[in-house]
Ligand binder design. Structure first.
Ligand code: ZN
Length: 184
């Protein structure tokens, strides 16, 4: 068998994919976002989630200090606190987008992650009903590797866009960064 044999190439690709997909950290994931790709920083939280708690505490302290002095809480400060709370909710729901390890390598999972990518990046829902195609197209090891790569990319994107998403979710509820105009 030469190194140009298609069978050997597929076998090597499977081995590579298997190695990539089974990489994991030795410590448990963050207790909020359950992201397995980032180390725990403090109190069972990753760096990202820990920063959210610090932001919440800092804003809460400012609000309490103003209230203790009998001062009004500025709209912007109250809004910032709502954003930080919303960021916590989003972080805690992050793992819902990803399957448990039991069903980690199905064509259905690839379809769902690819749909998330297409909707998030190009605002269009491609790859609907592609689950059986993905199942047949890729070997189990390749599916695991693809899911690993997609999950990692999507979770980074979620972390980097957490604040924007939180503001967007509040706007969907009619809560905006600027106070509503005074009633006439
Ligand atoms: Zn986290």
């Amino acid at each position: 068998m030469t190194d140009r044999s298609p069978n050997l190439r597929w076998k090597l690709m499977d081995q590579l994919a298997d190695g990539l997909a089974t990489r994991s950290t030795s410590q448990p994931p963050c207790s909020w976002c359950a992201n397995p790709f980032h180390e725990i920083r403090c109190s069972g939280l990753c760096d990202h989630c820990y920063r959210i708690t610090r932001e919440q505490n800092a804003i809460k302290q400012k609000i309490q200090q103003r209230k203790a002095k009998g001062l009004q809480v500025p709209y912007e400060l109250a809004f910032s606190y709502r954003v930080a709370i919303e960021m916590e909710k989003l972080a805690k729901s992050e793992s819902e987008h990803f399957d448990s390890k039991d069903s980690f390598h199905t064509g259905m999972t690839i379809e769902r992650l690819m749909m998330y990518v297409s909707e998030e990046w190009i605002r269009h829902s491609y790859y609907s009903n592609y689950a059986s195609i993905f199942s047949q197209l890729f070997s189990p090891a390749q599916r695991r590797a693809l899911i690993y790569l997609l999950s990692r990319m999507i979770r980074e994107h979620m972390r980097r866009n957490r604040r924007r998403k939180a503001v967007q979710r509040l706007a969907d509820q009619g809560i905006h960064c600027l106070p509503p105009p005074p009633a006439k």
